[in-house]
Design a protein around this ligand. Structure first.
Ligand code: ADP
Length: 401
C-alpha cells in the first residue's frame, strides 16, 4: 500500500498534469463558445498575460489578425498599442489583488483606430489561471456626454443672459407704464371736466372730438393697467384673496356688464346653468377678470349676429366653465401662441378689434394661481371653446348650497 506522505513518482506527476491540461482544455472550449456569443470585444488571457483566444468582435474592432494575436503578450498586440502604463497597472497590480475589475475606464490612442475610451471588465477564473477581459468601446458615449455637458453649460449661460435681458425689458415696461399712468390720468380728468361743461359751452363738433379723445385716453389707461398687472404677476406679486362665491351670480354679472357690446354686435348670449347656486372658493376679483376676458374675446372674435354659449357645471372634483363661440376660430398652428405674452394672432377680425395680446396670458396666470387649468378647442372659421377647470380644493368651503 502506498503511503500518502511518500513523494509522488514522475509517472504520477505527469498523470496529474495531463488530467489538469485536459480539464483546462474543456474549460477553454467552454469559454471560447461563450466568447463567440459576445458582441463586444472579448479576450481570454493566461496568467502570463498571453492571449489564449479572442472573439471576432475583438479582431475586427482593433484591426488585428487571429494568428498575430493568439499566444502573444497582450502588450505586444498591434505594434504594442496595448502597452500602456494604465493597462499594466490594472492587469498586474489591481486585478491580482481584487480578482475582479468592474467598469475601469481607460483611454488609449490606438495607431490604427485612433483615440478611444474603453470600459474594461475583467475577472480571474479557474484558480487565477485565466483572465476573462471584456472591452466596451464607450468613445461615442463619452464624447456625447462631454458635448452635451458643454452644450448644457452654453445653454445655461445663454439662458442667464436672456433672463437678464428679459428682466431688464420687464423693468423698463413697468417703469414706463408707471410714468405714463400719471399724465394719462390727468388727461382723463381734464377732458372729463371739459365734457361735463366746466370749461364753458362747447360746440357739437368740439364735444364729438373731445369724446373721441376721452375714449382713446380710456383705452390708453386700460393698456397701461394691463401692462402693470402682467408685470406684477410675472414678479410673483399677485396674491389670491379667496372666499366662497356663487359663480352663477358672477357669470350673470359679467354678462350684464358686457350686454352693451353684445348689442352693438347684435350677438346673443345663452347661459346654460344649473338650477342651484354653484359655490366656488376663488379670488372673486381676479376670477371676474378671467371671465371678463374670455367673454370679451368670444364676442370680439365672433361676427355680427353670432351666438355665445356659456355652460357651467360642477362634478365632485371640479367646477367647469365652458365659453363657446361660433366665431373666427384659431388655426391649429397658432394654438401654442395663445397664452404667450403680447401674442396677438391674426384673424379676419383682429384688425377691427383692439387688443394687446396680454389677456389670455393673464387669464392663464390667474388660473395657475388657483391651481386650475384651461383647455381650448378651436377650428378656424368654425369657432372656439375655452374651458376652465377649477379644482374643488376645500370641501367645506366649496360645498354646493
Ligand atoms: P388680445 O385679444 O388682446 O389680442 P388675448 O391674449 O386675449 O389678446 O388673445 C390672444 C389672441 O388669441 C387674440 O389676438 C386672438 O387672435 C386669439 N383669440 C383669443 N380668443 C379668441 C376666440 N374666442 N376666438 C378666436 N381667437 C381668439
Amino acid at each position: 500500500m502506498t503511503n500518502a506522505k511518500q513523494p509522488k513518482t514522475n509517472k504520477q506527476k505527469i498523470g496529474q498534469q495531463e488530467t489538469r491540461i485536459s480539464a483546462l482544455k474543456v474549460l477553454l472550449n467552454y469559454y471560447q463558445d461563450i466568447t463567440e456569443t459576445i458582441r463586444e470585444p472579448f479576450i481570454i488571457l493566461n496568467k502570463e498575460l498571453l492571449v489564449v483566444t479572442a472573439n471576432d468582435a475583438f479582431y475586427s474592432k482593433f484591426k488585428v489578425l487571429k494568428e498575430d494575436t493568439e499566444n502573444q503578450s497582450i502588450y505586444r498586440l498591434g505594434n504594442n498599442q496595448w502597452d500602456t502604463p494604465e493597462l499594466r497597472k490594472l492587469l498586474e497590480n489591481i486585478l491580482p489583488e481584487h480578482r475582479v475589475l468592474n467598469n475601469y475606464e481607460v483611454k488609449n490612442d490606438f495607431p490604427d483606430i485612433g483615440p478611444k475610451v474603453m470600459l474594461l471588465n475583467a475577472r480571474q477564473v479557474d484558480s487565477k489561471q485565466l483572465i476573462l477581459l471584456a472591452i466596451t468601446d464607450v468613445t461615442k458615449q463619452r464624447k456625447f456626454r462631454n458635448d452635451s455637458a458643454k452644450m448644457t453649460a452654453g445653454l445655461i449661460k445663454q439662458h442667464d443672459r436672456l433672463k437678464k435681458l428679459s428682466d431688464a425689458k420687464d423693468e423698463f415696461i413697468m417703469v414706463a407704464s408707471h410714468q405714463l399712468r400719471t399724465p394719462a390720468t390727468a388727461v382723463k380728468q381734464y377732458v372729463g371736466m371739459l365734457l361735463e361743461g366746466y370749461g364753458g359751452k362747447m360746440s357739437k363738433t368740439q364735444t364729438g372730438m373731445l369724446s373721441t379723445a376721452y375714449e382713446s385716453n380710456e383705452r390708453q389707461l386700460e393698456i397701461i393697467e394691463d401692462l402693470l398687472r402682467v408685470a406684477k404677476v410675472d414678479e410673483g406679486k399677485v396674491y389670491l384673496t379667496k372666499s366662497s362665491y356663487n359663480v352663477v351670480r358672477q357669470i350673470e354679472e359679467v354678462i350684464k356688464d358686457q350686454l352693451a357690446s353684445f348689442d352693438i354686435r347684435q350677438q346673443t348670449i345663452v347661459f346654460d346653468k344649473p338650477a342651484e347656486p354653484v359655490i366656488v372658493y376663488i379670488d372673486k376679483k381676479l376670477m371676474r377678470m378671467v371671465l371678463d376676458n374670455l367673454l370679451d374675446n368670444a364676442s370680439k372674435y365672433s361676427y355680427r349676429g353670432g351666438q355665445i354659449l356659456i355652460n357651467l357645471k360642477q362634478t365632485n372634483k371640479y367646477t367647469i366653465i365652458a365659453i363657446k363661440d361660433k366665431g373666427v376660430g384659431i388655426l391649429k398652428k397658432d394654438h401654442n401662441k395663445l397664452f404667450q405674452r403680447f401674442s396677438r394672432i391674426d384673424n379676419p377680425l383682429s384688425l377691427t378689434v383692439s387688443g394687446t395680446g396680454l389677456g389670455l396670458y393673464w387669464v392663464k396666470k390667474i388660473l395657475d394661481l388657483h391651481e386650475g387649468s384651461m383647455e381650448v378647442i378651436s377650428k378656424f372659421s368654425q369657432g372656439s371653446t375655452f374651458t376652465i377647470k377649477l379644482p374643488i380644493l376645500d370641501d367645506k368651503k366649496s360645498l354646493k348650497k
